[in-house]
Design a binder for this molecule. Structure first.
Ligand SMILES: Nc1ncnc2c1ncn2[C@@H]1O[C@H](COP(=O)(O)OP(=O)(O)O)[C@@H](O)[C@H]1O
Ligand SMILES: [Mg+2]
Length: 262
């Protein structure tokens, strides 16, 4: 399914507490993605990143603001985007195949078609021969690829990925980055990734949105000027190092990093 345009404007959100009143989490979030773009959001732990994803996915209604998919308002309406939540676990009592077809199954779609599609994609996700294996038999990287396949099989044009590689070792992560970029290009999806790894953000993205501590705003947006068809070699270039410095500067709150503002 082709990527969609996602437009987010003026999102404010907070939660009620018994003693401190309303605690703000999102403090005026604007974010706009064109079809098939890949953007990352990077920011300190607890700043409100997962909250933003819950709002985009329609699971949480914001105090105010708009989320539009190809011009259609989707605030408070779940089911329009594919969402791989933070710590998105595979069900241990289900095989890989039974896990990855969960989206179509929950949506009540025809299972024969969903299974055939999943079987055809297992190889691309490095899971060929593991369709009848249980999650406990998989490596960490394979488990994350299975969770990603489950997300892709939800057949939505916008995909939200909340720290999908957080628990993997550095080497597995680097391999997964190249692979994910290939998947995004091949399946033509609009993707938003939450991460706290600046290398991951710069390597994968068309733009990196750098978030402030809670309540979350964007301290700046770093446009990534690297070739569309990139391989991990690009991480050794001066351009890559320059973008990484821009991201780190904004994360630290440096005034001098403001030339990275869009
Ligand atoms: N409904 C809520 N009740 C209590 N705490 C909340 C609620 N919503 C968000 N929070 C708090 O707001 C902060 C931001 O959460 P989250 O979006 O998960 O941050 P991040 O994903 O950036 O680490 C966290 O400290 C979380 O505990
Ligand atoms: Mg989070």
């Amino acid at each position: 399914m082709d990527g969609a345009r996602l437009q987010i404007s003026g999102l404010y959100c907070g939660y009620a507490t018994p003693d401190r009143g309303i605690v703000p989490t999102l403090d005026g979030i604007d974010l706009s993605l064109n079809r098939n773009e890949f953007v990352s959001i990077i920011g300190p732990s607890g700043c409100g990143k997962s909250t933003l994803f819950n709002v985009i996915a329609g699971l949480l209604s914001p105090g105010s603001g708009e989320v539009a998919l190809d011009g259609k308002e989707i605030v408070g309406k779940p089911g329009h985007v594919a969402y791989m939540m933070q710590r998105d676990l595979l069900l241990p009592w289900r095989t890989v195949l039974e896990n990855v077809v969960l989206g179509p199954e929950l949506a009540g779609r025809p299972m024969v078609e969903a299974r055939n599609r999943a079987l055809a994609l297992l190889r691309r996700f490095g899971l060929e021969g593991y369709e009848n294996a249980y999650p406990s038999a998989l490596s960490g990287g394979m488990r994350q690829r299975a969770a990603l396949l489950r997300t892709v099989l939800c057949d939505r044009s916008v995909v939200l990925l909340d720290e999908p590689f957080g628990a993997l070792d550095a080497l597995t992560r680097a391999t997964m980055h190249e692979w994910l970029l290939g998947i995004q290009r091949e399946f033509q999806q609009t993707m938003i990734l939450i991460t706290h790894d600046p290398d991951e953000a710069v390597y994968l993205s068309d733009r990196v949105y750098v978030a402030t501590p809670r309540p979350m705003r964007f301290a700046g947006i770093v446009p990534i000027d690297l070739a569309y068809d990139r391989t991990s070699d690009v991480t050794m270039t001066p351009e890559f190092a320059h973008h990484k410095r821009q991201v780190l500067g904004l994360l630290r709150g440096d005034k001098g990093a403001s030339d990275a503002l869009h």
